[in-house]
Write a protein that binds this ligand. Structure first.
Ligand code: SAH
Ligand code: SF4
Ligand code: F3S
Length: 442
């Protein structure tokens, strides 16, 4: 089987990580990867269902393929990712263009599904999660011209939390943790291919509960301890953490494991306890602040980023003001703000979506303004101070500059020698005039 494949991805890091696996899998079968769908005869869409906007993007793209499919009878269209589990009937019914639907847990079956479709010419839906872990395919996307130093590794997938607004427990299924041995094997493989920074991925990484080959359980804090012993790995990040599962053992890792970065993405969603309860977040603001303070006590230089949902059903002005207060108090850095989107199948879909879009947009803008100010606040704190960066490559605009990233994800340009590539070095921040990147000296 030889096909020209076009792959398009929407959604979170995990979907992008899965897409990489899909590419690796298709390359094994000698398919050719193309950049333009018009040059392809196999289109794979790795989709996201988190908000209506994400869904619309996918359906609009599928519609765009209608005329192309008419003139290319050989064309196969395959939908993978979260939309394929969430809205599989809608995908088939509304567009009648899609040939294969493959769930996020089944991507390692893609070659077989495509072969079966070619043979029998019958539409296929395959969304089962099988016993074989799709993660047996390692991501080998190493570009020889640019050393890649940082990458993701999935440690767990799915979610058991059922926050009232969220589709993920339905699309990705129950929490499943990979075995620690397999994770370590993958990280060792990556570290032998230049990787120095690992970002552990999961919908709730701190709910990780793996099983060693001998049957013993491995918690997230144990996993962090083991990974920290891999010599070539210099930095450890993880995302996403749910405040609910962030126990004292994980907090203590900030004391014992220097490789864990002093930057944490900890989605809060709202500053109002009333809204957190309606969202079924399982924590209140007091607990959230207590958690932040415990981490700050161990690592005073920690910086936090977060997610917000604005305009959740029942969010009154006073609830919104509590969110603004929280931002001012905790000084969240770069954060994601989302306008509430009612999703079919979730609990809040049946709550009255009673805030109009203009008001939602106003609240969005107000939060954005505060967060932008916080970004500048942290940049100012960095000025004239020393920070460790992992040197990743050359500036595209001016090759005398190298660049690297700080633990709090600031891109820093500096003049230096190419033998610094791949190393962790100290730079002094000298220029913060641009919000998105900084300059420094060795
Ligand atoms: N597991 C993570 C979040 C994963 S989803 C956690 O619980 O913290 C990423 C973000 O999408 C969420 O934090 C939330 O802010 C946003 N989101 C999820 N469902 C949404 C919806 N229906 N409308 C708007 N934003 C939503
Ligand atoms: Fe969604 Fe809540 Fe699970 Fe996060 S914890 S993925 S927001 S259900
Ligand atoms: Fe989207 Fe699924 Fe990720 S819904 S955000 S692709 S887990």
């Amino acid at each position: 089987m030889y096909r020209k494949v076009y792959l398009k991805t929407w959604g979170c890091q995990m979907n992008h990580y899965d897409s990489n696996k899909i590419l690796n899998l298709l390359k094994i079968n000698n398919n050719l990867i193309v950049d333009n769908y018009k040059d392809s005869d196999l289109i794979i869409l790795n989709t996201c269902s988190i908000r209506k906007k994400s869904e619309n993007k996918v359906f609009n793209f599928i519609e765009k393929l209608r005329s192309f499919k008419k003139t290319n009878s050989n064309l196969i269209i395959c939908v993978c990712g979260c939309l394929s589990t969430h809205l599989k009937d809608k995908i088939f019914l509304r567009n009648n263009l899609v040939d294969i639907i493959c769930g996020p847990q089944s991507i390692h079956k893609l070659n077989k599904l495509i072969y079966k479709f070619i043979k029998y010419k019958k539409k296929i839906i395959y969304i089962k999660s099988s016993k074989i872990d799709k993660n047996y395919i390692y991501n080998k996307d190493f570009d020889n011209n640019n050393i890649k130093l940082s990458t993701y590794v999935t440690i767990m997938e799915g979610c058991n939390k059922f926050c009232s607004y969220c589709v993920v427990p339905y699309t990705r299924g129950k929490e499943i943790s990979r075995s620690p041995e397999k994770i370590i094997d993958e990280i060792c493989y990556l570290s032998n291919n230049n990787i120095r920074e690992i970002n552990l991925l999961g919908q709730n990484v701190n709910a990780y509960s793996g099983t060693f080959d001998d049957g013993n359980l491995c918690s997230f804090s144990s996993l962090l301890n083991i990974i920290s012993k891999i010599d070539k790995i210099k930095r450890i990040r993880f995302t996403t953490s749910n405040p609910y599962n962030f126990n004292n053992d994980i907090i203590n890792c900030y004391k014992n494991i220097k490789k864990i970065v002093s930057y944490l993405h900890l989605p809060v969603q709202s500053g109002s306890n009333k809204i957190l309860k309606l969202m079924r977040r399982r924590y209140n603001i007091e607990l959230y602040k207590e958690l932040i303070n415990k981490i700050l006590y161990i690592r005073p230089n920690m910086i936090f980023s977060t997610d917000f949902i604005v305009g959740f059903p029942g969010e009154k002005e006073k609830d919104f003001l509590l969110t603004l207060d929280l931002i001012n108090e905790l000084k969240f850095d770069h954060s994601y703000i989302f306008i509430y989107s009612p999703r079919p199948g979730t609990e809040s879909f049946y709550m009255k979506d009673n805030i109009d879009l203009i008001e939602k947009k106003r609240r969005f803008k107000e939060i954005k303004l505060l967060i932008d100010n916080n970004i500048i606040y942290w940049n100012k704190k960095m000025l004239n101070n020393n920070y460790k960066i992992l040197v990743e490559g050359y500036s595209k605009k001016d090759s005398k500059f190298l660049f690297g990233r700080t633990e709090n994800n600031r891109k820093v340009y500096f003049i230096g020698n190419k033998n610094l590539l791949g190393k962790l070095i100290n730079v002094n921040i000298t220029d913060i005039s641009n919000k998105n990147y900084l300059y420094g000296n060795l």
